[in-house]
Design a protein around this ligand. Structure first.
Ligand SMILES: C[S@@+](CC[C@H](N)C(=O)[O-])C[C@H]1O[C@@H](n2cnc3c(N)ncnc32)[C@H](O)[C@@H]1O
Length: 281
């Protein structure tokens, strides 16, 4: 079988399983198996695939047929300007979360040395993307999941920032170290009963500790708002992601807790997604 026939074979199987991106996914799986770029594959469509590699390809294909996200199969995801190692221990970085990076960068000069805390770092994609562009900043990143933190450390090493970020395995409830200019977070914010409504690819494969936040979906956001009052310096900024339909409630909680709301940023689907606020009391 040549590369073109292999791609068609994979694409047909995925199409039968109602996977919209069946052609692209089949190409990416082949490029992952052959350790060649997608371009190299497409330029050599009549090359033959070795039996051993076809076997591997079918193994990955069957995982994708069961709706496992591509990022977990090929073990990487692009976020902001970088590529991150991911596995089932961490949430797959989402494009809308890049809004947090953009906002933090807008608020820090190239050469300034602010003190940053990230709550729930997961793969480390947010803090690593920021520190790559603002290397004079100091940063701490915490996560309740030890396994997630290990992945964040791997990514920090891959991006040569191992000694620049202080990773701590701790629940935000128990964290009391230092004062920060910025607290940033993409917390879990899905209502418990909505978890199963998420697509199979999310609910079956991504870690529930990264998604679920009680019956109202606000459990972790409330903790972050309250705790950040202690962790932020006066006029420090709290910048975090929220879920659909949460903007009004969250703005109310922020105001009640002495924050000024600077900006609510919408994502590409016009959903209010990131709130930038300042601790004024
Ligand atoms: C939505 S994920 C975000 C991961 C990553 N920052 C991103 O944006 O892709 C939330 C993260 O918060 C962590 N987490 C959940 N509850 C926490 C808590 N109480 N204290 C600290 N981290 C928590 C989870 O383990 C998970 O890694």
């Amino acid at each position: 079988m040549n590369y073109l026939e292999t791609i068609k074979f994979g694409s047909n199987k995925l199409k039968k399983n109602k996977i919209d991106s069946h052609i692209l996914d089949s190409e990416l799986l082949l490029s992952f198996v052959l350790k060649l770029s997608r371009e190299q594959i497409l330029l050599n469509l009549d090359s033959d695939i070795k039996k051993k590699n076809f076997k591997k390809f079918k193994k990955f294909l069957s995982r994708r047929e069961k709706k496992e996200p591509m990022a977990y199969i090929i073990k990487k995801k692009e976020f902001w300007k970088n590529s991150f190692y991911v596995n089932k221990d961490v949430l797959i970085p989402r494009p809308e979360t890049e809004l947090i990076v953009e906002e933090v960068l807008n608020n820090i000069n190239n050469s300034s040395s602010k003190n940053l805390l990230e709550i729930g770092t997961g793969s480390g994609c947010i803090i690593i993307s920021i520190i790559k562009e603002r290397p004079n900043c100091f940063s701490t990143a915490i996560d309740i999941s030890k396994k997630a933190l290990n992945i964040a450390k791997i990514n920090a090493k891959l991006h040569h920032l191992k000694n620049k970020i202080n990773f701590i395995n701790i629940d935000i409830d128990k964290f009391n170290l230092n004062k920060y200019d910025f607290v940033i977070s993409n917390p879990p914010y899905i209502k418990k009963f909505n978890l199963r409504r998420l697509g199979k690819n999310v609910s079956l494969f991504e870690p529930h500790v990264a998604l679920e936040a009680g019956t109202d979906g606000l459990r972790e956001i409330k903790k972050i708002i309250k705790k950040s009052k202690k962790l932020l310096k006066k006029n420090g900024k709290l910048i975090f992601e929220i879920g659909e339909h949460q903007s009004k409630f969250v703005q109310k909680i922020l105001s009640e807790n002495g924050y000024y709301i600077n900006n609510v940023i919408k994502d590409l689907s016009s959903i209010p997604r990131v709130i930038v606020s300042t601790k004024i009391i």
